[in-house]
Design a protein around this ligand. Structure first.
Ligand code: ADP
Ligand code: MG
Length: 291
C-alpha cells in the first residue's frame, strides 16, 4: 500500500476506536492466518462472580471467610469475586500472614493456626491435597463453563467454589465474523481444560490452549508461528504483554492493563471484539488483499 493509503486507513481506524501504532501493523494484520485470543478480560468481561459454594467439614460461611482472608491479598479477578461474596454475606475476615501468591496456581497464607491454600486443581496436586470428594462437583461446574476453585486448610479440602466470568456481548458474533473472513481463531487461557473447552464451545472456537502458565503464553504464540502461520494475539492483561510482543501483530484491549496497551501495536479502544473484525477488514481493504 502507498504511504497515503496507510495514512488514510490509520485515520479511519482512529475514527472507529482502532489505533494503529505503526503503519506496518496494518500490512501484517491484512495477512494474518491465526488470531489467538486471551480468554479472561478479552472474550469475557474479566469480572467473575462467585456462583457456587460447597463446603466440607465446616459451614459454607466459615470456609468462604477463610478463603477470602487469603484472597484479600491477591489482585486476581477471582480473588475479588471471592472477597465480594463475603461482603454481601456480611462475613468478618481474619488476618492472614505469610502470604504467598503462586501465579497460575493460586495463593496460600496462614490464617490463625491454619495453613490455607486457594486455587486451581494443580495447586491442590502440588500440595498433595486429597480431592476425591470434589472431583465430581468440579467436573460438573467446569462443563458448565465455570471455574472451580479449591480451598484447603492444613492439607485437607474444605471447599469447592465456582466463579463465572460472563462473556462479552459481542464475542460470539466477532468470532463468527473472523472465521467468515477465513481466519483461524484460537483461545488461550490459564483456566482448566474443561472450563476452557466449555467456554470455547459457547463461542464457536475450535482450537483451545488451556492451563497455560502466565509465562508460557508467548511460547504458545511462537509454537503456532513455527507451524508456518502469521499470528495475531489479542489480550488485555499484564500476562499478555510477552505474547503481544511475540505475535506478528499484537492487538491490545484498550480497557485492559497499561502494560498490555503499551505492548500492543493495535489498540482496540472500546474493548469490543467487533473492532478486531473492523480492523482486519480495514487492513485488507487497504492492502487490497482479497481472499
Ligand atoms: P487466567 O488469567 O486465564 O485466569 P491465571 O494464570 O491468572 O490465568 O490463573 C490460572 C488459574 O489459576 C485460574 O483459573 C485459577 O484456577 C488459578 N488462580 C490463579 N490465581 C488465583 C487466585 N488468586 N485465587 C484463586 N485461583 C487462582
Ligand atoms: Mg486476560
Amino acid at each position: 500500500a502507498t504511504p497515503t493509503a496507510i495514512m488514510v486507513a490509520t485515520g479511519r481506524g482512529a475514527a472507529m476506536g482502532i489505533l494503529f501504532r505503526r503503519g506496518a501493523a496494518l500490512e501484517t494484520l491484512a495477512q494474518i492466518d491465526i488470531l489467538v485470543l486471551d480468554k479472561t478480560g478479552t472474550l469475557t468481561e474479566g469480572r467473575p462472580t462467585l456462583t457456587e459454594l460447597s463446603a466440607h467439614g465446616m459451614s459454607e460461611s466459615e470456609a468462604l471467610a477463610l478463603a477470602a482472608a487469603v484472597e484479600r491479598h491477591s489482585e486476581h479477578p477471582i480473588a475479588s469475586a471471592i472477597v465480594a461474596a463475603t461482603h454481601t454475606r456480611g462475613l468478618v475476615l481474619e488476618e492472614a500472614e505469610a502470604i504467598e501468591a503462586l501465579p497460575g496456581f493460586g495463593i496460600q497464607a496462614r490464617v490463625g493456626v491454619q495453613a490455607v491454600a486457594v486455587g486451581a486443581r494443580r495447586l491442590m496436586e502440588r500440595l498433595a491435597v486429597p480431592m476425591d470428594a470434589a472431583a465430581e462437583i468440579a467436573e460438573r461446574l467446569a462443563s458448565d463453563g465455570m471455574t472451580p476453585i479449591y480451598v484447603a486448610a492444613d492439607g485437607r479440602l474444605i471447599a469447592v467454589l465456582a466463579v463465572t466470568d460472563p462473556l462479552k456481548p459481542n464475542s460470539r458474533e466477532a468470532i463468527a465474523r473472523l472465521r467468515g473472513l477465513g481466519v483461524e481463531v484460537a483461545m488461550v487461557t490459564g483456566d482448566g481444560q474443561r472450563t476452557a473447552e466449555a467456554v470455547a464451545r459457547q463461542l464457536g472456537i475450535a482450537r483451545v490452549m488451556a492451563e497455560v502458565l502466565p509465562a508460557d503464553k508467548a511460547a504458545e504464540v511462537r509454537r503456532l508461528q513455527g507451524e508456518g502461520g502469521r499470528v495475531a494475539f489479542v489480550g488485555d492483561g499484564i500476562n499478555d504483554a510477552p505474547a503481544l510482543a511475540q505475535a506478528d501483530v499484537g492487538i491490545a484491549i484498550g480497557t485492559g492493563t497499561d502494560i498490555a496497551v503499551e505492548a500492543g501495536e493495535v489498540i482496540l479502544m472500546q474493548g469490543d471484539l467487533m473492532a478486531a473484525v473492523d480492523a482486519l477488514i480495514l487492513a485488507r481493504r487497504t492492502l487490497r488483499t482479497i481472499r
